[in-house]
Design a protein around this ligand. Structure first.
Ligand SMILES: [Zn+2]
Ligand SMILES: [Zn+2]
Length: 337
């Protein structure tokens, strides 16, 4: 089969690879749509320690069941979206429904072959049947939306009508803004340095765009008052965005960290103590978030239209080059085979 194989930092090629076969309890999926994730770009550049070449990446995907290993539970021809996360199923965290935190978690497209290929083998437990009428390209957003929805939901717990600032208007930030709007946020500000992304947020009607190259703190306080916002969702995760989050959050508010830009960061802990600011992290999604994300897409509450771009999987190498060079105007590329 043909596949988009990552072979070394900054090298990804459309090439022939062996066709995989499903073992017991697995499915062979004919990939229809697979999203390019920011973490795949980090992997491509060689900045992600979990991804080791040669690797077929691609963990945000939908497709059709082609072949069923024994005990697979699905039928050929069924349309599915795949939750890429597997876990041990036996530890305390798995028992609590927090499979994404399991020490033995494993992700399709990171720890095993993913969907940048015509076909991919997945454990049948990871496949979720698509509701009738939900297009494959919309369903491919289930995974990133599940990440963003979980982060926004946990940030807004206890702040039902929150003023929300989303820092970083890439796909995860935009989907977090969508999620905040769905959950009843009073005001949403979308902050980025990239004008095209800011215009996207404005066009989609999911937030007031604020250019991060200006004085963001002053602008937010001018729009919403001196005390700052209830919730800041940092979908970037760099020193400037974490410093900004600390300056925007009001006393008693929440900073939700979802962007994994860098690790060690200087932040004003004493202010967080004296102001009872909740600083949280959110990673991937629980099964319930994945189901909720799929429902939001099926109900047309969130859509890929207007901010994503469809391209053939065979042209994926160019997509990677454009995305890492910053020359790509669209918020997200969805590859189709
Ligand atoms: Zn992803
Ligand atoms: Zn576990």
């Amino acid at each position: 089969m043909k596949a988009l194989l990552w072979t070394a930092p900054e090298r990804i090629e459309w090439t022939d690879v062996p066709m995989p076969a499903p073992a017991d309890g697995e499915l062979l999926i004919k990939v229809h749509t697979v999203g390019v994730c920011g973490s795949d770009l980090e992997g491509y550049l060689g900045h992600n320690s979990l991804r080791k070449p040669p690797l077929l990446m691609g963990h945000e995907f939908s497709g059709t069941v082609e072949q069923v290993g024994s005990g697979g539970g699905f039928a050929p021809g069924q349309r599915v979206v795949v939750n890429p996360l597997s876990s041990c199923g036996r530890c305390r965290l798995c028992a609590q429904g927090l499979r994404q935190l399991c020490d033995r978690r494993c992700l399709i497209g990171i720890h095993r072959a993913g969907a940048y290929a015509e076909y991919v083998v997945v454990p049948s437990d990871n496949a979720v049947a698509l509701p009738d009428g939900l297009p494959f390209e919309t369903a491919a957003l289930t995974e990133p939306l599940a990440c963003s929805f979980r982060a926004a939901r946990r940030a807004m717990a206890g702040h039902a009508l929150a003023d929300v600032a989303v820092v970083g208007a890439g796909a995860i930030g935009l989907l977090a803004a969508y999620s905040a709007r769905i959950m009843g946020a009073s005001a949403i500000y979308v902050i980025d340095v990239n004008e095209a992304r800011l215009r996207t947020a404005e066009r989609l009607g999911i937030g007031v765009p604020i250019d991060a190259r200006g004085d963001v703190e002053r602008e937010v306080k001018r729009l919403r008052g001196e005390s700052g916002v209830d919730v800041v969702i940092d979908a970037a995760g760099f020193q400037p965005t974490r410093t900004l989050a600390a300056s925007l959050v009001r006393t008693g508010g929440v900073i939700m960290n979802v962007g994994l830009g860098i690790d060690d960061t200087s932040v004003p802990i004493n202010r967080f103590i004296r102001s009872e600011v909740d600083v949280k992290g959110s990673f991937c999604y629980a099964d319930s978030d994945f189901q909720d994300a799929l429902r939001l897409l099926a109900d047309s509450k969130v859509s890929e239209r207007g901010w994503t771009e469809l391209r053939p999987l065979s042209a994926g190498a160019d997509a990677f080059r454009e995305l890492v060079s910053g020359r790509c105007p669209s918020g997200k590329i969805l590859l189709q085979s």
